[in-house]
Design a protein around this ligand. Structure first.
Ligand code: NAP
Length: 300
């Protein structure tokens, strides 16, 4: 293996520690405590774990955490009334509704209801538009985390050839916008891309956000390229025992690590960065709401 392993766990810990320093400074100098409200509808076990982790990490960096749990059959009007209340609450700087929500609710309508200034997930059309327009936006957490790792590893991204595999609103498209904003030359590949191997072979930076286990083999990677693997896929792992599974990314780690200059592992790469960036976005939202200078190195 020749590639440097980009340690997302350590990087995320560093981001959280920088957020915690800024939160302490805000409290001391401005008597302001950033607050993040998380809304969970229903009792999906995975969502409950995510929400618990978010709450725990929010408190650990010194922010206020507000958790709102609603029953799975909550009428939309009740959920919207809660969002309106959180929008109006000056102690709440960030609002996140944990997805997926039960089928009778519309994710698009929920996101549209959240005040764009408090939309720390960066999913509101206003934030999508601001990002696309190269203006001050709230960037979605996972692509923001990828960007931070790329900047840290490569420095200036100007002129780099970047290929983003995947065009979802959550990851692929905002990732491409962020790379473009940093003056990379960006190609977005997707399920209809012709000769995707050739497209990826041109890239100095590959970001894979597909949701297909180990789809990208090492012979698609240009020697020395930086590979960011967003994918989280669970596959059978008979070598660990009957019925056991393990997590893998969208790139075939071993063959890609043999060619790449640097690569993020799964788990322990992009994954831990997502909550760290949620906290960074909440801090940014708090600074903007109070007319204060934004934290350096923690925004797009
Ligand atoms: P998504 O909404 O399902 O989008 C997948 C994208 O991949 C689509 O644009 C699709 O193209 C493209 N695609 C599918 N098959 C392809 C193929 N054979 N060749 C090229 N492109 C292909 O998924 P997502 O939400 O972006 O998530 C992607 C992965 O990242 C998933 O594994 C997810 O679990 C993971 N994820 C991780 C984090 C984290 O915190 N680390 C956060 C979010 C997501 P079309 O548009 O043409 O269909």
């Amino acid at each position: 293996m020749s590639a440097t392993i980009i340690d997302g766990k350590a990087f995320a810990a560093n981001v959280r520690s920088r957020v915690a320093d800024q939160v302490a400074r805000l409290k001391e100098e401005q008597s302001i405590t950033p607050g993040l409200a998380v809304v969970l509808v229903g009792e999906d076990p995975a969502s409950q774990v995510y929400v618990r982790n978010k709450g725990k990490q929010t408190l650990e960096v010194g922010m206020n955490s507000y958790e709102h749990k609603l029953p799975a059959d909550v009428p939309a009007v009740e959920l919207y009334a809660l969002i309106d209340k959180l929008n109006a609450d000056p102690a709440v700087h960030g609002i996140l509704c944990q997805f997926p929500v039960p089928e009778h609710l519309s994710e698009a309508e929920i996101v549209a209801r959240i005040d764009p200034a408090k939309d720390v997930d960066g999913l509101h059309v206003q934030n999508i538009g601001l990002l696309a327009g190269g203006q001050k936006a709230m960037a979605p957490c996972t692509p923001l985390g990828c960007l931070m790792m790329l900047r840290d590893h490569l420095g200036d991204l100007t002129g780099k050839d970047a290929v983003v595999i995947g065009r979802s609103n959550l990851v692929g498209k905002p990732m491409a916008q962020l790379l473009l904003r940093d003056s990379a030359t960006v190609t977005i590949a997707h399920s209809r891309t012709k000769d995707i191997a050739e497209v990826v072979r041109r890239a100095d930076i590959v970001v894979a956000a597909v949701g297909r286990p180990q789809m990208v083999p090492g012979d698609w990677i240009k020697p020395g390229a930086t590979v960011i693997d967003v994918g989280i896929n669970r596959i059978d792992a008979p070598e660990k025992g009957e019925g056991k599974t393990r997590l893998v990314g969208d790139v075939d780690f071993d063959s890609c690590a043999a060619v790449a200059g640097a690569i993020t592992p799964v788990p322990g790469g992009v994954g831990p960065m997502t909550i760290a960036c949620l906290l960074a976005n909440t801090l940014t939202a708090c600074c903007r709401a109070n007319g204060l200078t934004e934290p350096e190195g923690l925004t797009a």
